[in-house]
Ligand binder design. Structure first.
Ligand SMILES: CC(C)(COP(=O)(O)OP(=O)(O)OC[C@H]1O[C@@H](n2cnc3c(N)ncnc32)[C@H](O)[C@@H]1OP(=O)(O)O)[C@@H](O)C(=O)NCCC(=O)NCCS
Length: 172
């Protein structure tokens, strides 16, 4: 059975190790530590299958857009992939996202640098993609970015429509 365990002082170092293994070029130390110390209101989790840790997951939002939950460092360790566990963990995270008041899930994806298969994984799990190019968000013009979205309720999901995500501040 899949479960999410929120990061705390006791599991923080282990969570950073798992995150680094899944995302070798991205370091979540600052954001994870900030959450544990109450310096940001993001929600980060270790993902377990029974007693075995299989990955990490996270939810955040951008500024006052409190109905739009962004997936943050969601990943399954290589040895546990392609068994349906990522999809199961994602569905479970939806419940947490609804409890937190989000109506829609969003994922910022850089098609040039993102993991192969992640976009397919999200599409199979009901997400639709739109390009993200916001003239006021300079970083968005420097890469090949997309936003993938899905409603958490039985309703049409409004597109993100290029609202400014301030990528450098919120996603780095
Ligand atoms: C993307 C990721 C979370 C998928 O986890 P997973 O447990 O393997 O996913 P599932 O087994 O539930 O896959 C469901 C479906 O997604 C698609 N999919 C998953 N990984 C894929 C890949 N590498 N290539 C193509 N399609 C893929 C397939 O359609 C798959 O069904 P199938 O195995 O029956 O063909 C995992 O590969 C991962 O952690 N990658 C690195 C981190 C990352 O990219 N995170 C961003 C995710 S938003």
């Amino acid at each position: 059975m899949i479960k999410h365990i929120k990061l705390n002082k006791d599991n923080l170092a282990f969570a950073i190790k798992v995150q680094n293994e899944i995302f070798p070029s991205e370091d979540a130390t600052k954001m994870y530590t900030g959450m544990v110390n109450g310096e940001n209101d993001n929600n980060y989790f270790l993902v377990y299958n029974g007693d075995t840790c299989i990955g990490v997951s996270g939810l955040s939002h951008v500024g006052g857009e409190v109905e739009d939950g962004f997936l943050g460092w969601f990943g399954i360790l290589p040895e546990f992939r392609r068994q349906g566990l990522g999809s199961e963990a994602l569905r479970l995270l939806d419940e947490t996202a609804r409890d937190l008041g989000y109506r829609r899930m969003r994922v910022l994806f850089n098609t040039d640098t993102g993991f192969q298969g992640a976009k397919t994984f999200l599409k199979v799990n009901g997400y639709t993609a739109e390009p993200y190019q916001c003239p006021r968000d300079k970083e968005s013009l420097a890469g090949n970015y997309a936003i993938l979205s899905r409603s958490l309720y039985n309703e049409k999901c409004e597109p993100w429509n290029n609202r400014n995500l301030h990528i450098s501040e919120n996603f780095k």
